[in-house]
Design a protein around this ligand. Structure first.
Ligand code: DC
Length: 227
């Protein structure tokens, strides 16, 4: 049986995570949130005091990446993420852990260490894989590749709303600067930089809501599945 792989790549705040989860539910496919793996590795290395010594303690960091003790538990209220048995679902979504993830993601040996773990998510009947390099590096054989982007300003606006909704006091300027810095780091790194695969269907969500983007994606995916 063919395993159908749908990759969704793009910068943070483009709506990828929400859409990937909706698509996985719609098609009854498995879901890979690869950003969560980088966040978990970042958190794990931070807890061990290794985050500022990634280069110096590389062998130990690779070992930790290969043996990362994590679990994704699907519940009715979303996914619970466990690191060494501890519920870190909320913690890994913070800006702070996003920064840890971005540091970890710039180290080629750590990306390689997470490669097989990501590949293992491809199981029947199919997979929706959300990340930066899903189409270019992890699943180049994917039948359906989508690149979802949005202007830095509209992504910052969404993030501000989301944080305010959580009761966090934030400044638009700070969030925008953060997003621009992370984009730059993700796009300019030497290994697996964020960029669209040549055969990806590209969507700009700056002026679209989630339902509109979802409809575009389903249209495209249905056509790919029918091939
Ligand atoms: O999608 P996210 O915000 O959870 O990703 C967190 C960080 O991990 C982000 O800086 C980019 C990096 N990342 C990556 O380099 N490759 C992926 N496939 C997914 C995330």
């Amino acid at each position: 049986m063919t395993i159908h792989i749908i990759t969704i790549d793009g910068p943070s705040g483009s709506g990828k995570g929400t859409l990937a989860a909706k698509l996985a539910q719609h098609y009854h496919f498995h879901l890979l949130d690869s950003g969560a793996l980088y966040r978990l590795l970042g958190l794990s290395l931070h807890k061990r005091g290794l985050l500022d010594e990634l280069e110096q303690q590389l062998a130990q960091c690779v070992e930790i990446a290969l043996n990362l003790n994590i679990k994704f538990e699907m519940t009715q209220n979303g996914t619970i993420v466990l690191l060494d048995g501890e519920d870190v679902s909320q913690t890994i979504r913070t800006e702070r852990v996003g920064e840890y993830a971005s540091k970890v993601a710039a180290i080629p040996q750590l990306r390689t260490a997470l490669f097989e773990r990501q590949r293992a998510f491809a199981q029947a009947p199919g997979l929706v894989a959300d990340g930066r390099d899903m189409a270019t590096t992890i699943f180049p054989e994917a039948q359906t590749k989508i690149y979802l982007t949005a202007s830095a300003e509209s992504r910052a606006g969404r993030r501000v709303k989301q944080l305010q909704g959580m009761g966090v006091d934030v400044k638009m300027g700070d969030i925008l600067a953060n997003i621009q810095a992370r984009d730059k780091r993700d796009m300019e790194r030497a290994v697996a930089p964020l960029k669209p695969a040549p055969d990806a269907y590209q969507i700009d969500s700056s002026d679209l809501n989630i339902d509109q983007v979802f409809a575009l994606m389903v249209n495209y995916i249905d056509a790919q599945l029918a091939k």
